[in-house]
Ligand binder design. Structure first.
Ligand SMILES: [Zn+2]
Length: 408
């Protein structure tokens, strides 16, 4: 049975933002209808939308509901997470806040390799339970799709186990999951001092195996000093593309040495982090379709510098926002909080933040045809907040949780 939702205080379709592929988003690109109405069929396909006063006669006989005081917008998408892991890192945060360096923390058994150790040891059922809980935490914030990376196994067997956990989690949630293979997250202890050998192993053994098992949509690597260099990453990306995987890259987080430019050259779907990126890289991103994925909550949490959101947007780059949910630098699932931080710390306008968390994030995981806008003829993937204006989400400072609608 079709259903009519009337008198929605604001309905945001993001029609204009979609047409501009998310570049230079202005308030008029949000496609705001006041006192709006939307009609969906029983499969949640949008049949009609517009002003309540203009509802066509033919829909008057359908059951209707008044939604006064509510704002509806495309459901947020979370485009960058590391949510399959065991163990905890809160003690490390205490050490960090007490002034200890990353190296000192790593020497005391903290850091990313401590999560690798705990994740390798964990039972698959425990990893699955933890992952599903975290996905549900995103869902309770209105999120309709979540990208999830491997990268805390770093042996072929444990990376496969992580990706199988994501596949199993997909059977238990209505949230759309996007699996990413991230073997080049760090050099595992087994390959210490032999990083070129590790890269060869990834290219010739791991990537073909993951592609054969159809366990991932994307390939990802951490391009950073002390992790993986441009030459190694290029090799892995070519192998991944050969195997049919799409590409995302962690680039320019601490040092800019051509990571973002490589992402553009390799036609990566997204280039993530960019905290230290150069002006030349900003221009390269702006001329490309590669989405710049920014994680200001991680900067806030660790007290480091913010990515140059203003420069990227003003140059015409496509921008997305993420929590970067992970146990070391950003243990939050709250995208509303990310919107507030993006606005106050990176000087993004609220329309820019909203587009980056919906359409932009959908584009960063290749889902912009189905997610990130509300269009007649397409399935409704939408969230609502109990407030008459969209600004309330970012204004809420993490306290306003969009409620998912039409995802089931
Ligand atoms: Zn990451």
């Amino acid at each position: 049975m079709s259903r009519v939702y009337k008198h929605i205080s604001q309905l945001l379709t993001l029609e204009g933002a979609r047409k501009k592929k998310g570049r230079h988003p202005l308030e008029k690109d949000l496609g705001i209808w006041e006192d709006a109405c939307i009609v969906v069929d029983k499969a949640q396909k949008v049949l009609w939308l517009g002003a309540t006063s203009a509802l066509p006669e033919t829909y008057h006989r359908f059951p209707s509901q008044s939604c006064e005081g509510e704002t509806w917008f495309p459901a947020p998408v979370e485009c960058h997470t590391h949510l399959v892991f065991a163990g905890s890192r809160e003690k490390e945060y205490g050490m960090r806040c007490a002034g200890q360096s990353y190296l000192q923390i790593a020497e005391k058994g903290g850091g990313i390799l401590s999560t690798v150790k705990a994740t390798r040891k964990a039972l698959p059922e425990d990893l699955l339970r933890l992952a599903v809980n975290r996905i549900e935490s995103f869902a309770s914030n209105g999120v309709s799709a979540v990208e999830i990376k491997s990268g805390y196994g770093l042996t072929l067997e444990s990376e496969i186990r992580m990706l199988e956990v994501i596949r199993e989690a997909q059977r238990r949630t209505t949230v759309q999951l996007v699996p990413t293979f991230l073997p080049a997250h760090a050099v595992p202890p087994e390959f210490k001092g032999k990083d070129d050998d590790y890269v060869e192993e990834i290219c010739h053994v791991w990537i073909p195996e993951i592609a054969e098992r159809q366990l991932a949509t994307f390939f990802d690597a951490f391009v950073e000093k002390g992790y993986f260099n441009i030459k190694q990453t290029e090799k892995m990306v070519l192998a991944a593309k050969d195997a049919g995987l799409r590409v995302k890259l962690h680039v320019d987080q601490f040092n800019a040495f051509g990571g973002a430019e490589l992402a553009v050259r390799m036609e990566a779907v997204s280039a993530d982090h960019l905290d230290a990126t150069s002006d030349a890289a900003v221009q390269a991103l702006a001329k490309s379709d590669t989405v710049a994925v920014l994680a200001p909550a991680a900067s806030l949490f660790t007290g480091t510098s913010y990515p140059p959101a203003r420069k990227l947007i003003d140059a015409g780059a496509r921008v997305a926002l993420t929590t970067d949910f992970n146990p070391g630098t950003s243990p939050t699932t709250n995208l509303g909080l990310v919107a507030t931080i993006a606005a106050s710390q990176m000087k993004m306008t609220l329309p820019e933040a909203l587009v980056a968390l919906t359409y932009g994030a959908a584009a960063a995981v290749g889902l912009e045809d189905e997610f990130g806008s509300i269009t007649i003829g397409k399935r409704l993937r939408c969230a609502r907040i109990q407030a008459p204006h969209y600004e309330a989400w970012a204004y809420g400072f993490g306290s306003v949780s969009p409620e998912p609608l039409g995802n089931h």
